[in-house]
Structure formats: structure tokens, C-alpha cells
Design a protein around this ligand. Structure first.
Ligand code: TIU
Length: 221
């Protein structure tokens, strides 16, 4: 399959491509979670849910592999370096109890993927202690076993966990495309800059395209 993208056309085979949705969890998208404790307006992120849901449904119907990630730590926080927990001045730190349970802790209500994008059987769910999806997760091995060579990225936030994951994937040899309308930042200018820098210099990190282009190619106009 060949689709229009920037900086030039993107070619992929559905059987070798995974849709990777980064950290679409309540902690970042709903009030009372980690995103809000950092002082952010979470409403901005919620706006991408309908487009991301359409992309997810279209990709499932096409039979493509789906990977969901969650930024998540063990309950004893042994995988959360003090440098991460102590940074800045959030109203609640990782591991503290908030309105949706303990912040960024595996199994807590806030750590679940939002209902609209909930994983279904057969999809990969990765709990990641870092910003990147490949650090300390085994994701590369899981994808290699399935013959995956191409990754379509969506999720939050564009310049933090999405961009970090795309760069990690790029260094591991994947051909990466960012779905522009399925990703968002708490800072619109940072999203715009991240999208630009990913596709600059001949696609130094990868390609970008709107999900509507992908869905049209999959027969979902
Ligand atoms: N998932 C992710 O991007 N984690 C963050 O902490 N992002 C922020 O923008 N804070």
C-alpha cells in the first residue's frame, strides 16, 4: 500500500505494520490524573479521541496489529528513578493517591486506557516505565517475532512520549509514520514543532499524514 504523506509517499504492508497508540490512559486525558497534576489543561488531549477511535476501528477491520502503551510503574516504584519522581513541583507525585488512584501506577483506575480506545483480545498492551515505548519493555522483541517493520504512531503527548518512542523505533530500524490528528500535546506549539521536526531533513525520524489518508487507503473514506 502506498499513501500520500510528508515528506514523500509512505509505503507499507498491513501484515508488517502495527498501529502504536501511546499512553491514551486516563492519567493524561481525564481530570485528576498525572497530566493535570503537572498543571496542564487535559481538555486539549481529549479532542483527538474521536479521530483516534476511527483510526483504531479502521485498522482493526483491516486486520492490522495494534499496540497500546501505558506509562506505568510497579506499585513499589522500584522502576521509577528518583530523578523522575522528584522532578518539578507537581500537586501529586508518581505513586501518590489521587482521585483516580495512585498516579501512574500499574492497575490503578487512572492507569487504564480510556474506554473509547480500550484494548481488545489479541492486541499488545505494554506498560512502560520511561517516556519511550522501547525502554525496559521488550516491545522490540515482540514486534520482531511478528515480522513488524513499519509503525503508525498516535497518542500523547506528541513531543514527550510519542516523539521519544518514534526516535527509539527509528534507531531500531522501523519505518515510522505519525498520524497527525491522532496525537496531541498540552502545548499546541510543541505539537506543531514536533510534527515539523519529525518529517524535516528528508524524514529524519519518519513520515507524517492525517489518519483520513490512511483510512481512505484502507477503504474507510
Ligand atoms: N505519555 C507522556 O507523554 N508522558 C508525559 O509525561 N507527557 C507530558 O507531556 N507530560
Amino acid at each position: 500500500m502506498n499513501i500520500e504523506a510528508l515528506p514523500f509517499a509512505y509505503e507499507f504492508d498491513i501484515a508488517r505494520t502495527a498501529l502504536v497508540l501511546i499512553d491514551m490512559q486516563r492519567d493524561f486525558i481525564e481530570p485528576g490524573g498525572f497530566g493535570e497534576t503537572l498543571g496542564n489543561d487535559v481538555a486539549l488531549l481529549e479532542a483527538i479521541v474521536p479521530a483516534t477511535q476511527r483510526m483504531l476501528e479502521g485498522w482493526r477491520q483491516a486486520g492490522g496489529l495494534v499496540v497500546h502503551t501505558r506509562e506505568a510503574h510497579k506499585p513499589d516504584l522500584s522502576d521509577c528513578p528518583p530523578a523522575k519522581r522528584n522532578r518539578g513541583n507537581p500537586s501529586l507525585r508518581i505513586g501518590d493517591v489521587g482521585p483516580m488512584g495512585r498516579i501512574l501506577v500499574i492497575g490503578e483506575p487512572g492507569n487504564q486506557i480510556i474506554d473509547a480506545l480500550a484494548p481488545v483480545e489479541g492486541e499488545i498492551v505494554v506498560d512502560k516505565p520511561g517516556k519511550g515505548a522501547f525502554y525496559a519493555t521488550g516491545l522490540h522483541e515482540m514486534l520482531k517475532r511478528r515480522g513488524i517493520t513499519h509503525l503508525l504512531f498516535g497518542g500523547v503527548t506528541t513531543e514527550v512520549c510519542v516523539q521519544t518512542s518514534m526516535r527509539e523505533a527509528n534507531d531500531r530500524g522501523y519505518e515510522c509514520l505519525l498520524l497527525e490528528d491522532c496525537t496531541e500535546s498540552y502545548f499546541p506549539a510543541f505539537k506543531a514543532a514536533a510534527v515539523e521536526m519529525i518529517r524535516a531533513q528528508g524524514g529524519i525520524v519518519g513520515w507524517t499524514a492525517p489518519s483520513t489518508t490512511l483510512l481512505a487507503a484502507l477503504g474507510h473514506p
